[in-house]
Design a protein around this ligand. Structure first.
Ligand code: ZN
Length: 393
């Protein structure tokens, strides 16, 4: 129960708890609600009229409160600029995975201080927009030294650190990809595993095939890293089924799916389908079919996929709006995917929901309902953000 030093947020027009036992529907909606924060945790949730007395009180004045967004997929440890590549692509040139090499060269040449400053900039940018949990990957170093220092930078900004040495084959190994896989699963893994919770691989034509991806993920799992997979983004392929087979936490992108891929995701109790519509938006590509996945029974998450090449946005609200407009999701489904879905993709139960004992990660919207995230695209609706009970915006 809350003590006298707790803070109550009262008169919340609409509260998204993501706990169906607390309110109506899958979002567990409560109208005219209150939430009490005590320390870094949620101490009480209910109707505003029944809120316990606290020393501190914030009156939400008819605004909506939702869990902080949980972004399970980002690439914010990088240096360099790809404005010209984007400009060229928007002028008619097709995207290819090779563009990553531009960022690899700039990242290798950057100091640790530059990488820290850049990562921190995008983590804070996302936080101001309501993202209170953010996974961060390596993948622009592709040497033992550069991958491990990228992960050290990531670990300074988040607990959700992902080793992505298998982003593309390092340029030095273009003629011998097998030797690069040996490096990624050998000395590079040794150097990187201490910093990371997750291991990821870009399973795609032009990156790593199914056998190579399997070798990378199995080697990581043997070191205690949990798999996640860049799967079926640019073409059909084995990535999604490999992710499900290996019990990966997430198959990310899921843009080109066969019925067998959809069935595999729907019948998996472990692997979340994480959709990254910023990538299709920024490359003028076809969006993933969220409706098909949801109707089949798959668990879906949304993430901006913040990276300097294919999706240079940190805005989860933007992804919610695109998912509703272009991918067949309802506003409720999109908000659930951006919060609880991301938490599931990171196997977290302390974030992505507002219930007693959860981390007090909260986003107060300058709107009466969470539906406004889709209804008012491009409008900055984050009125206040708490992370671990601390008001950070
Ligand atoms: Zn990615």
């Amino acid at each position: 129960m809350a003590d006298a030093t707790a803070t109550a947020i009262t008169h919340i027009a609409s509260l998204v708890t993501n706990d169906p036992s607390l309110g109506s529907g899958p979002l567990g909606l409560i109208q005219d609600a209150a939430v009490v924060i005590d320390g870094d945790r949620v101490a009480w949730v209910g109707e505003s009229s029944k809120a316990p007395a606290t020393d501190n009180r914030i009156v939400a004045e008819g605004r909506a409160l939702i869990p902080g967004f949980v972004d399970s997929h980002s690439h914010v440890v990088f240096a360099g600029d790809r404005t010209e590549e984007f400009n060229a692509r928007m002028s008619g040139r097709a995207y290819s995975a090779g563009g990553i090499r531009t960022t690899v060269a700039a990242t290798r040449a950057a100091s640790n201080n530059v990488l820290h400053a850049n990562a921190g900039r995008y983590v804070r940018e996302a936080l101001r927009q309501g993202t209170t949990t953010m996974e961060i990957k390596s993948g622009y170093g592709l040497t033992v030294e550069d991958e491990s220092r990228a992960l050290a930078v990531a670990a300074a900004h988040t607990d959700e650190v992902t080793y992505l040495g298998a982003h593309i084959v390092a340029p030095e190994f273009a003629d011998d990809p097998a030797a690069y896989v040996d490096l990624v699963t050998g000395p590079m893994l040794d150097a990187c595993a201490p910093y990371a919770r997750w291991i990821d691989v870009f399973c795609e034509q032009g990156a790593f095939d199914g056998d190579q991806a399997r070798a990378v993920l199995i080697a990581g799992a043997a070191r205690g890293l949990i798999p996640r997979v860049h799967a079926n983004q640019l073409s059909y392929g084995p990535g999604v089924r490999l992710a499900v087979e290996l019990g990966a936490a997430s198959a990310d992108h899921c843009t080109h799916l066969t019925d067998a891929d959809v069935d595999a995701l729907a019948s998996s109790g472990e692997t979340v389908a994480t959709l990254l519509p910023g990538a299709e938006f920024s490359t003028r590509a076809e969006y993933p079919d969220a409706r098909r996945l949801l109707d089949a029974g798959a668990r879906v998450a949304l993430s901006p996929d913040c990276n300097p090449g294919s999706s240079f946005t940190s805005s989860m609200a933007f992804c919610v709006a695109v998912a509703v407009r272009e991918m067949g999701m309802t506003p409720d489904e999109a908000v659930l995917a951006a919060t609880a879905g991301g938490a599931a993709a990171l196997r977290r139960t302390d974030v992505g929901r507002i219930a007693v004992g959860a981390r007090a990660d909260l986003l107060l919207l300058d709107a009466p309902s969470h539906v406004h995230l889709a209804y008012r695209p491009g409008v900055p609706l984050a009125a206040a953000v708490w992370r671990g009970g601390e008001l950070v915006k």
